[in-house]
Ligand binder design. Sequence first.
Ligand code: NAD
Length: 488
Amino acid sequence: MADVPSFDRFFIGGEWVAPSSAETFSVISPFTEQVIATAPAAQPADIDKAVAAARASVDGEWGRSSGVERAEAMERLYNLFLARSNDLAELITAEMGSPLLFSHLGQVGAAGMVLDYFVNLTKGYSFEEVRPGMLGPALVRKEPVGVAGGIIPWNVPLFITMLKMAPALASGSAIVLKPAPETPVSGLVLAQLIEEAGLPAGVVNVVPADRGPGEHLVTHPGVDKISFTGSTAAGRRIGALCGENLKRCTLELGGKSAAIVLDDADLGAAMPELFGSAIMNNGQACVAQTRILASRARYDEVVEAFTEAARSTVVGDPADMGTGLGPLVAQRQRDRVEGYIAKGKAEGARITTGGGRPAGLDTGWFVEPTIFADVTNEMTIAREEIFGPVLSVIAYDDEADALRIANDSDYGLCGTVWTGDVDHGIDVARGVRTGTYTVNGFAMEFSAPFGGYKASGIGRELGPEGLEEYLELKTINLPAGTEPKLRS
Ligand code: NAD
């Protein structure tokens, strides 16, 4: 297993700052169940320091820098990130149990690509524009939102950090990052790279913290915007606190996405990607396709294909490149997933494979890849986000029924349709109320907005829209005939 460093300081104002208390987080390997590292747990006093450092940088040169200057700083970080990406992937696997192949691609590779996308977007972005106006020209400026708080979950820690940090930096804002208690180390290792890249002091501050100090960040008067990714329950609470304080907020929450298998789909060709998109990251992904919708005509065939795919998944040490499914992040998470499996059985769904702990893996928080058949969309396992390798196959009568079931969810994050006719697939996509959709595959496109309808969230990340979440708009009305010089 990769060496996971311990930390005893926070990264605040460009320096390694001693914590205000002796509280620490123990990072427990999901595979060995042993403590592999420790990191300090921030208290309100530490959060206060981080917010003050971020404020000083926004009020200083960083807040007035040009997009090109900021892109140069971000590019230095990108180059270091790229050079260290193998180590970072191994670190994430050790820290939270993601299979190493997914850590390379979905955790670290994708994080680097997001940073690269925002480097290029920033270089060419117009932070000022002139409109003709009624009485004279109007100069519309897109100014940094100010100090952002980024609250990060443990499932894809560096990727989600990048979804928040990269646009914050692009905008000229500063950010206080609060990694989750389960994954504090990857956040602090990123801080080392930020230091090495020579980003100006205070533009990024890293303070792992639990919920209480996290709420202190959310309600802090020095924080202008919160960007949160995590559970819908926590998102409701954070959104309410932001509402009380009239603070801007972006919420990326849970999902219960439906994969619609149409009768003309080539199931054999689709299965590797379809199954992969359902259990990626050990099923701990908000975008996972966890409701599989199959017509009654093809129902048995689809159940059989999923059962076979689950049975042939290699379950084991996440540090092996050949592993398809590793352990869940924590004992608490396994308890939760096992609770849902018990509920599925109690409500009358039928397990075709899995449902227990894999034989021979007595250590580590493993759950077998589990397929439920005979699931109705009313059952708890079809309605709630399980966040584990547990899939429900649901029968539909006709395509209208499939759309009805796909839309009958509190969530609306993403979805997929599998069909022999791509144009028809686009029509299906138009009919589903989700923020992201893919026809014949599973993709997250970094140049296009990503986010949820309904209880899946508010706001968007990625694309120019993701940058705009970190920009305030200012209109400066000018006398007729003025030709203002624009700043980039
Ligand atoms: P969580 O949403 O409680 O925690 C995510 C992050 O938010 C952590 O950094 C946590 O410390 C922080 N947080 C939580 N409440 C907060 C508050 N009131 N103020 C400030 N920060 C706060 O998730 P969890 O408890 O780790 O996991 C529980 C379930 O949430 C999972 O089983 C899964 O279903 C879901 N989840 C979803 C996602 C996602 O990306 N959609 C990510 C993680 C967890």
